[in-house]
Design a protein around this ligand. Structure first.
Ligand code: FAD
Length: 485
C-alpha cells in the first residue's frame, strides 16, 4: 500500500556517492531518520580507506546487502525502489513502490549510464554495472572477434583484459588512452598489449573492487539502474573468447564508426567491397576511414550520460553541457534543498587551477562525503569551505598492469601552448612526465613503481619555482626526495 513519509534527509542512489553521503549524514545526525533510496539491491561501501598522501587516496569497494548499512546506522533506512518522480517545489519524492517522501534536504546520487553509440541495437553492448559486465562475458565466450569503440578508461582496461578473441579497437584520437595519457605514455603502454598474458604480471597496488557473490548481478526493478562498476571490475570475471591463442589487438586510429550492419543488411547492401573476403559475421562495422570489419558484437565504451531523467520533469534544474545536474561549491543544484554528488552532477564552481572533474570512483566518494557535510552545515547554519580534495586532481589506478598516478593538469588540460613537458621513460618499467608552466609544476603522469607521487604532489601544491633545476628534476641518479627536503 502506498505510504507517505516525512524525513529530514533523503539520499537517492546506492553507489559510492550516495552511500558515502548517507553514512556521513546518518552518523552526524544520529537522532534524525535518513532514507537511502536505491534502484539496485546491493549497495556499494568503501572499505580499507587509506589516505596515501595529502590528496591521493586508495580504498576497496564492497557490494553489500543494505542490511549491513542499517545495522551500522540504526537511523538509516535503505529502501530498494527507484525514484520515478520529484516535485522539488513541494519537497516531495515518489518511488516506484508507491511510497512518497517529504524531505527537508535531498541529495541525488543516481550516477550515469553508458552513452551508447547506437541505442537498442542488439549487436552493441555498453558496460556499466555488474549485469552488463556479465552479459559481456557471456557473449565474449562465444566470440572470435569484437570491435571496441572508445578511448577512455573502460576501453583501455577491456582491450588489455580480453583473451582468446581478436579485438579491433577503433579510436578517434592519434593515441590510445587519450583521456588519461599523451602520445608518449601511449607508446610506452602499447608493447603491453602485444605481450602474452603470462608475461603481463607486474606487481601492483591499487584499489580493489569486490563483488558479493550472493546477489551480485541483479539490477534494479527498472533493469538499467545498477551501480557503476569501478577499478578491477573485470576481476573474477573471465574475459575469454573462443580462440585458444590470444588473437591480439588491432588499433584503428583517428576514426569513428559510420555504420553498423546486421548480417542481412550487410549482404543486401550496395557496399563497394568484396563481401566474401570479409567472411560471415553476425555484424559488420564500417569505420569512417572506409574499412569494414565483420565481428560478433561491438562494445561501445564512449563515455557516460548522467542519470537525471526521473528528476527533471516539472522542475527547474540547471543542467551543464554534459547533461549533469549543475552544482555550486556547496554541492547545491539550482533547486532549493536539492544537492547532487558523483557521476550525476557537474561541478559548476570556478575550479582550482589544478583540479578538474572526471567521473571517477574517488571523486564520487569525495563529492558524496562533501555533499553530506554541506547539507549538515546548511541545517546547522554553519559556514563551510570547499574541501581541500578539490584543490588538486589526483587519481591512482592501474592500466595494463602498471600502477598509474595522475596529478593536477596531467595532460596539460586547458594550458594551450603555455607549458613545457619533461619526460623520463624506461621501456617496460616506468614513464614519468611532468607538466610545467612558468617554471612551476602543474601536473604529472607517473606510470610504474616510480615512488615519486608524494614529492611531486608537494611540488605541485607548493608551486615552488623549479626553473633552476631544469631537466635535473627527472634525473634518475638524483634522489629527488632528498633534493627538496
Ligand atoms: P553509481 O555507482 O552509478 O551509482 C548510482 C546509484 O544510483 C546506483 O545504486 C543506482 O541503482 C542508483 N539509481 C540510479 N537511478 C536511480 C533512481 N531513479 N532511483 C533510485 N536509485 C537510482 N572509476 C575509477 O575511479 N577507476 C576505475 O578504474 C573505474 N573503472 C570503471 C569501469 C567501468 C566498467 C565503469 C562503468 C566505471 C568505472 N569507473 C572507474 C567510474 C566509477 O565507477 C564511477 O565514477 C562511480 O562509480 C560513480 O559513482 P556514483 O555513486 O556517482 O554512481
Amino acid at each position: 500500500m502506498a505510504s507517505d513519509k516525512q524525513v529530514t534527509f533523503v539520499i537517492v542512489g546506492g553507489g559510492i556517492a550516495g552511500v558515502t553521503c548517507a553514512e556521513q549524514i546518518a552518523s552526524q545526525f544520529a537522532s534524525d531518520e535518513v532514507c537511502l533510496l536505491t534502484a539496485s539491491p546491493l549497495v556499494k561501501t568503501v572499505t580499507n580507506f587509506k589516505q596515501v598522501s595529502k590528496t591521493l587516496e586508495e580504498f576497496d569497494i564492497e557490494e553489500q546487502p543494505s542490511s549491513v548499512l542499517e545495522e551500522k546506522y540504526p537511523n538509516l533506512k535503505v529502501i530498494q525502489s527507484a525514484v520515478n518522480l520529484l516535485r522539488a517545489e513541494e519537497h516531495l519524492l515518489q518511488a516506484e513502490n508507491g511510497q512518497t517522501f517529504h524531505y527537508k534536504k535531498l541529495c541525488i546520487c543516481s550516477g550515469a549510464r553508458p552513452k551508447l553509440l547506437y541505442q537498442d541495437n542488439p549487436h552493441v553492448l555498453g558496460i556499466r554495472d555488474t549485469d552488463s559486465a556479465q552479459e559481456f562475458q557471456k557473449r565474449l565466450s562465444k566470440a572470435k572477434r569484437i570491435v571496441v569503440i572508445g578511448n577512455g578508461g573502460i576501453a583501455l582496461e577491456l582491450v588489455y583484459e580480453v583473451e582468446g578473441c581478436e579485438v579491433i579497437w577503433a579510436i578517434k584520437d592519434k593515441a590510445i588512452g587519450n583521456t588519461f595519457f599523451d602520445a608518449g605514455a601511449a607508446q610506452f603502454l602499447i608493447p603491453s598489449l602485444e605481450a602474452e598474458k603470462k608475461e603481463r604480471s607486474l606487481p601492483c597496488k591499487r584499489a580493489r573492487y569486490t563483488t558479493d557473490k550472493t546477489g551480485a548481478g541483479q539490477s534494479g526493478a527498472t533493469g538499467e539502474l545498477g551501480s557503476a562498476l569501478g577499478p578491477d571490475w573485470h576481476q573474477g570475471i573471465e574475459l575469454k573468447g573462443t580462440e585458444q591463442n590470444s588473437s591480439g589487438v588491432h588499433i584503428e586510429y583517428e576514426c569513428e564508426v559510420s555504420q553498423i550492419y546486421t548480417q542481412q543488411e550487410f549482404l543486401r547492401s550496395q557496399l563497394d567491397t568484396e563481401k566474401s573476403e570479409l567472411g560471415l559475421w553476425p555484424a559488420y562495422v564500417q569505420l569512417t576511414n572506409g574499412t569494414i570489419y565483420g565481428c560478433d558484437f561491438v562494445v561501445s565504451a564512449t563515455g557516460v550520460v548522467p542519470n537525471t531523467d526521473p528528476f527533471l520533469s516539472g522542475n527547474h534544474f540547471e543542467l551543464a553541457g554534459d547533461h549533469g545536474l549543475r552544482v555550486d561549491d556547496h554541492m547545491r543544484t539550482s533547486e532549493q534543498d536539492v544537492y547532487a554528488a558523483g557521476d550525476v552532477c557537474t561541478a559548476g564552481w570556478e575550479p582550482s587551477a589544478l583540479w578538474q572533474q572526471m567521473r571517477l570512483w574517488t571523486q564520487a566518494r569525495q563529492m558524496g562525503w562533501y555533499a553530506a557535510r554541506c547539507m549538515a552545515a546548511d541545517v546547522l547554519e554553519e559556514p563551510i569551505e570547499l574541501d581541500f580534495c578539490f584543490e588538486l586532481f589526483s587519481h591512482i589506478t592501474k592500466f595494463f598492469n602498471y600502477k598509474v598516478v595522475l596529478l593536477g593538469k596531467f595532460n596539460a588540460q586547458g594550458l594551450g601552448q603555455d607549458h613545457e613537458l619533461l619526460v623520463r621513460c624506461t621501456k617496460g618499467q616506468e614513464y614519468v612526465k611532468v607538466v610545467l608552466t612558468g617554471g612551476r609544476m602543474v601536473g604529472a603522469v607517473l606510470i610504474g613503481e616510480t615512488d615519486l607521487e608524494e614529492t611531486f604532489e608537494n611540488l605541485i601544491l607548493n608551486q615552488m619555482d623549479l626553473s633552476r633545476y631544469g631537466e635535473e628534476l627527472l634525473n634518475p641518479n638524483i634522489d629527488i626526495e632528498d633534493y627538496f627536503d
